[in-house]
Design a protein around this ligand. Sequence first.
Ligand code: NDP
Ligand code: BG6
Length: 494
Amino acid sequence: MIASADFTDSPVEPFDFILFGGTGDLSVRKLLPALYFRHCADQLPEDGRIICAARSEMDSDEFRKFLEEESKQHIDADHFDDAQWQAFLDRVLYLKIDVTDQSDYAKLKDLLDGRESHVRVFYLSVAPSLFTAITDGVNEAGLITPQSRVALEKPLGRDQESADKINDDLAAVFDETQIFRIDHYLGKETVQNLMALRFGNALFEPLWRNERISDVQITIAESLGVDSRGRFYDQTGALRDMVQNHLLQLLVILTMEPPVSVDPDAVRDEKIKVLRALKPLVGRDVIENTVRGQYKGGAYESGTVPGYLDNDDIPNDSTTETFVALKAEIGSWRWEGVPFYLRTGKRMEQKQTEIIVNFKKVPHSIFETADGLSEPNQLIIRLQPNEEIRMRIYVKAWGDEIKLRPVHLNLDFNDVFQKRRMIAYERLIVDVLRGNPVLFMRRDEVSAAWAWIDPIQQAWQQFQYKPKGYRSGSMGPSAASSLISRDGFSWYEE
Ligand code: NDP
Ligand code: BG6
C-alpha cells in the first residue's frame, strides 16, 4: 500500500539482513539508524539479525564500538534511548569479507546455515561495480533461498547500457519479484503524500493539466558539499547522482495518470508511461535547455568552505557538475506545452526540496490587488527541511475597497501529526523485509530513465559543455535563472 497510514509497526518475519558495505557512509549515517528506529518500534523480531559485511579488519565487538562512535551520532538525540541502543547492537554482527573473493562467501554460509526458512535480505550498499560480484558470489555459494531478496542502492549503473547489464546479471540469479531497486526519495513521507494528495482528493484532478497549469518547478538544493564522497562523486556528477533518479521520480509521481489501484505494477505501469513520454533532449537542444554548474569555495554559513576542486580526492581540472538545471517537457494530452524546470545542486543556499506548481492566471481579472501585482495561484509542496503543503489563493483584504491580497492555506505536517518523522529508509527496509515492491523501481523504469539521461550526458561531452562556477551559498549559476526567465517565469523564492 502507499499511504503512510497503511504502514503498521507490526513485527516482520524472522530475518537475516546482510548489509554489504556495512562500514560505509550510507550504512553508518542512514541504514543502521533506520534499523535502530525499527528495533525501537518493536518491529524487528527477536530472531532478526543484521550482518554487516565489509573488508575492514574487525570482529563483531569492535564493529559495535565503531557504530558507537560513527553511527550513534546520526540518531536524533531526542529519540535516542541507550538501553534500546544496546539491545539493538546485540543483534548486529560483523563479517570481514572481500566480495570479489569467492572463497570468502564460505564464512557467510557458515553464519546462515540452518536459517533457510528466515527471510534473507542481501542489501548492496556498495559501489555498483561490485553488484554483480556479490549476486554471483551468493549464488555460487548456494545462499539464495526462495525467501531471499536483494536490495540495490542507486545509481544503478552509469548509463543505460551498464544498467541493463547489471539488470541482466541480477535476472540470472534472482526473480524480478526478489529485486528491490532503491530510490530513497520514494520512502519519504511527502513523496507518498503527493500520491495521497492527487489520488485521494477529487479536488486536484480537474486542475492537474495543461489547461490550468502554466509551469512546474522542482528543486532539490543541498547545503552539503561532496566532502568524503569525492572519489565516487567525481565519477558520477549531479545528473547521474540526482536527476536520473530522485528528480525524475518526483516528476513522474507528480505527473502520472491515476493508477487503477495501489497494486505495485499498476502504479509502476503508470510511472513508466511518463518516463517514455519525456521529450528527448538531444544534441544542440541539450545545450539550450540545460545548465551545468560547479561550486566554488568561500564564506558559507558560519565559516569558509572549500570549493569542489579543492577536495583532495578530485583532480584540479575536473569538469564534473555539482549543479544541474534543465527544462523538460512531457509529450502527452495532459502535459503538452507545460515546461517542467528541474534543478539540483550541492552547497546551495540551504537544504530545500520543493515542488512548485504554478497555475494559470484568471482569464479576465475584474479586481485590483492591494500591491498592484497579480501572481497566479500556486501550490507549494515542500519535502525538506519541513514537510508542508501550501496553496496561494486570493482573498479580499479587509477594508472599504475591494482589493485582493494573496494568502496561504498552510498544511504543516509537523502540526498535524506531531510524531517523529520516519527516516525514508525505515519504510523502505521494512518493505524489503515484507517483500512489498510498490516503492521500488522496476527494471524498465530504470532503463527508461537512463534512456532520457544518456543523450544529455553525450551532448555535454560532444559540445564540451563545461560547468559554470557558482558561489557556495548561492542558488547556482546565473544561467539557471536565464533558463527559466527566457520563458517568462522565475524560480520560486520565499
Ligand atoms: P562508501 O565508499 O562509504 O562505502 C563502501 C562500502 O563498501 C564500505 O563499507 C567498504 O568497506 C565496502 N567495500 C568496498 N569494497 C569492498 C569489497 N571488495 N568487499 C567488501 N566490501 C567492500 O560508499 P557509500 O556508503 O557512500 O555508498 C554505498 C552505495 O550507496 C553506493 O552505491 C552509493 O552510490 C549509494 N548511495 C550512497 C548515499 C550516501 O549518502 N552515501 C546515498 C544514496 C546512495 P571496506 O572498505 O571496509 O571494505
Ligand atoms: C543521494 C545522493 O542519493 O541523495 C547524495 O547520492 C545526496 O549525493 C542525497 O546528498 C540527498 O538525499 P536527501 O534525502 O538528503 O535529500
